[in-house]
Design a protein. Structure first.
Length: 293
């Protein structure tokens, strides 16, 4: 995860440098929009770098469940930063829409956008690999930025061609306004993902079904109830009551619960399972299983 944050910060810093040069050379508000977007990405990636480092800090006496929610807090900070940048961009685009300026050196702008697309695509592919391994909210939010950047850079190339080759100077401002709307939508998606963690929302149904299947297939278990799940950063927490025969020896009951716990942890990387053992007669097993849903 740390390598993904370092890569994002490095790429964003490089893109800011070449886009400043491209904006000064072209006077294009579309390039200004992607420059603002890259500055936004740099700030967000920098926040992610520190948030991920903190989230990976082991649990301590004051934070017994770890520091995973630092990722969600970073996501909320990113969304506020994104909205502010979108407002600034929209104002710039509206001003250019009223008083359009000619665009110069469009070849430089297009070349910079092509370089940006190639670098960003490589970064997104690396981030997606990290996300598949860690399920990180912060890296997911960052990857969403950069995936949007690819579309933004493509739209800027189109705007430059329309403005210079066909004289449609208004296209530059219109594309910039569209980018501002797209950036704002990204902020909304990040807020939703952050609140899932901060509000301890249950895992998706397909993941809860996976837990239920593990319990139901365990030999010796009669059922379960009170299944509770939540996610904090890349950590998953699972709690449930396991229904067992009332005459089972304590050591055997512990062995069954331990087996269920190990299978849950194997199915969910970085998971922590807490299983309470409840004595239950066989004729109540069906009811208990349905209660777990």
């Amino acid at each position: 995860m740390k390598r993904a944050t370092y890569a994002a910060v490095s790429v964003a810093l490089f893109l800011i440098s070449i886009k400043i040069w491209a904006y000064l050379a072209t006077n294009s508000v579309s390039i200004l929009s992607t420059l603002v977007d890259s500055m936004l990405d740099f700030g967000a990636s920098l926040v992610n770098l520190f948030a991920v480092r903190h989230a990976l800090t082991p649990a301590d006496n004051e934070h017994r469940f770890g520091h995973g929610k630092a990722e969600a807090l970073a996501g909320l900070f990113q969304s506020a930063f994104i909205v502010g940048s979108a407002i600034f961009l929209a104002l710039q685009a509206l001003e250019k829409l009223v008083n359009p300026d000619p665009i110069h050196a469009s070849t430089i702008g297009i070349a910079v956008m092509v370089v940006s697309i190639v670098l960003t695509l490589g970064l997104v592919m690396f981030q997606r690999y990290v996300i598949s391994q860690t399920r990180s909210v912060a890296i997911s939010a960052d990857s969403l930025h950069y995936l949007g950047d690819i579309l933004v850079n493509i739209s800027v190339i189109i705007a430059l061609v329309l403005s210079v080759q066909m004289g449609w100077y208004i296209a530059d401002s219109l594309f910039a306004l569209g980018i501002a709307v797209y950036i704002s939508y990204n902020a909304y998606e990040i807020v939703k993902a952050s609140f899932v963690d901060l509000m301890d929302e249950e895992l998706p149904d397909e993941e809860r079904d996976k837990i239920k299947k593990i319990v139901e297939e365990e030999e010796g278990a009669l059922g379960f109830h009170d299944l509770r799940t939540r996610k904090s950063g890349q950590h998953v927490f699972v709690q449930l009551h396991l229904d067992l025969p009332p005459d089972l020896k304590l050591s055997d009951a512990h062995a069954i619960a331990e087996s269920v716990e190990q299978k849950i942890v194997a199915a969910f990387p970085n998971a922590e399972a807490i299983i309470h053992q409840d004595p239950l007669s066989p004729d109540h097993a069906t009811t208990a299983s349905s209660a777990g849903t």
